[in-house]
Each structure stands twice: as structure tokens, then as C-alpha cells.
Ligand binder design. Structure first.
Ligand code: MG
Ligand code: MG
Length: 258
């Protein structure tokens, strides 16, 4: 069933989502060649706890860490490790928080040092896909309108759209109904209305859309091992324009200083 949130509940979701944005900004301060994803994981966990919340992913379905760190061909659900990042890598850092009973869930793909123009464009287009998806997430539209917006923009640029993993409702549960696919047809699926809160998270591949899972039981990688990008926002459905509860503002303030 779909849970619709009250104004008060949406404020709590906003607080949790904002903490994710601030945590990712802490990651942004440190992320560079030579740093390991485990180091990033540690500072994220400390920052979340220092702010009176719990890591949302740690222990969720048995996941061992605070962050999902997915490097290059890893799409999502990468497990932090002690391998240093190198110049030219990209890393999707996905973070969840649980605060006052509500989850926040947001992801940003970082460039490590200098990436190729081809990879830089993949990240830009994936972020544009997210923005287009948010624009279509308004009351009266349907879930299929979101997927259509993402798929159209990604495929117009020659990229593959991951089918196996999707966005989701967000609330007292990390993954609530409805599923929010990154592909779809206009006018199909659940009609959105005020009170619905969803996490929209395009996962866009430079090459083919197909993915597989590594033997660690977590990491999802592209079948052709070409890079993949991932950005995620939490939004509350409203009339005319969705309210974005999460933010990249703090992250991009840090990145623009460097
Ligand atoms: Mg996420
Ligand atoms: Mg999510």
C-alpha cells in the first residue's frame, strides 16, 4: 500500500533528507585520489551520529556499511573497501539516514581528479535526467511520466537505462510503494497526489543497459563494465512543482571551492 504523508511528516522527511545532503558534503570535502571508500564511510557514519541520527543503510537487509560507494562500472550497492580511489574514477556515493523515525536517501556521483570528457558528459546527462524527472513529478501526473522523462533524455544521448533497480516511496520505510522506474510510458502507473514522497534515482550507463551482480552479493555492475552514473533526490509531490526535500547545494558548494 502507498502511505501518504501529512505536512508534519514531510517536515521530518525533509530534516532527514537534508542531513543526507550535509553528510554527502562532508564526503565531498575528503574525496580525492588516494582516499579509500572505507575512510569516507567512517566520516559519514560519525557525522550522521553526531547529528542525532542513525545511518539508514547500515544493517539494512544485512548491508555492512553506512554508504554505498559504487566506483566506475559499479552502478549501485557497492561496499566500501580499502582500495584507494585514483585519478579519473567516478564514484556514486549513496547515503541514507534515519532521523525521528523517517528515512532520508540521496546519492551523488563524484569525479575523482580529472575524468574524461565522455565520462563527464555521462554525469551531466544523468543529473539532467534527475532534474527532468523531478519536473514531471507533480500531482495529477503518473509514475510512468517520471520514467519516460528519464529514459527519453538518457536514450537520446545514447546511454543505457538500468531496468532492474528503481526509485521508491520513502517514509518510515526506506523502500515503500510505489516503485519508481527510470523507464516507462507516459500516462501509465499510479497517479501522483500530494502527500506522496518518493526517491527518484536514475542509474544511467555509458554502454548497455544490462547489469549483473558481483560475488560479494551486493555490488551491481554494468555487463559491459563501462561506467555508470547515479543521482538521487527525495521529493514530495505537490501541485505544479515537486518539493525537493534533499539537496546537492552543500555538496556543490564544497566542490566549487576546489
Ligand atoms: Mg539511495
Ligand atoms: Mg533510494
Amino acid at each position: 500500500m502507498v502511505f501518504y504523508k501529512t505536512k508534519e511528516e514531510i517536515e521530518l522527511l525533509r530534516e532527514s533528507s537534508l542531513l543526507v545532503g550535509k553528510t554527502l558534503a562532508e564526503v565531498a570535502k575528503l574525496i580525492k585520489p588516494g582516499v579509500t571508500t572505507l575512510q569516507l564511510d567512517k566520516i559519514a557514519e560519525e557525522f550522521i551520529r553526531d547529528n542525532g541520527a542513525e545511518p539508514g543503510f547500515l544493517g539494512y537487509g544485512g548491508f555492512p556499511n553506512t554508504l554505498c560507494t559504487s566506483v566506475n562500472e559499479a552502478v549501485v550497492h557497492g561496499v566500501p573497501n580499502d582500495k584507494p580511489l585514483i585519478d579519473g574514477d567516478i564514484v556514486s556515493v549513496d547515503c541514507g539516514t534515519l532521523m525521528n523515525g523517517f528515512y532520508g536517501d540521496s546519492a551523488y556521483t563524484f569525479e575523482i581528479g580529472e575524468v574524461t570528457p565522455e565520462i563527464h558528459k555521462l554525469l551531466e546527462v544523468t543529473k539532467e535526467c534527475l532534474n527532468k524527472a523531478v519536473e514531471s513529478a507533480v500531482s495529477g501526473n503518473r509514475i510512468g511520466d517520471i520514467g519516460y522523462a528519464v529514459q527519453k533524455h538518457a536514450e537520446d544521448n545514447g546511454y543505457g537505462v538500468v531496468r532492474e533497480l528503481v526509485g521508491h516511496g520513502l517514509g518510515r520505510g526506506l523502500h515503500e510503494k510505489p516503485e519508481v522506474p527510470n523507464y516507462g510510458r507516459r500516462g501509465r502507473g499510479l497517479k501522483m497526489k500530494e502527500g506522496l514522497v518518493i526517491a527518484i534515482e536514475p542509474m544511467i550507463n555509458l554502454g548497455v543497459k544490462e547489469v549483473s551482480q558481483l560475488e560479494d552479493g551486493w555490488t551491481i555492475v554494468t555487463k559491459d563494465r563501462k561506467p555508470s552514473a547515479h543521482f538521487e533526490h527525495d521529493v514530495a509531490i505537490a501541485k505544479g512543482k515537486a518539493e525537493v526535500l534533499s539537496t546537492f547545494k552543500y555538496i556543490e558548494e564544497v566542490l566549487n571551492k576546489n
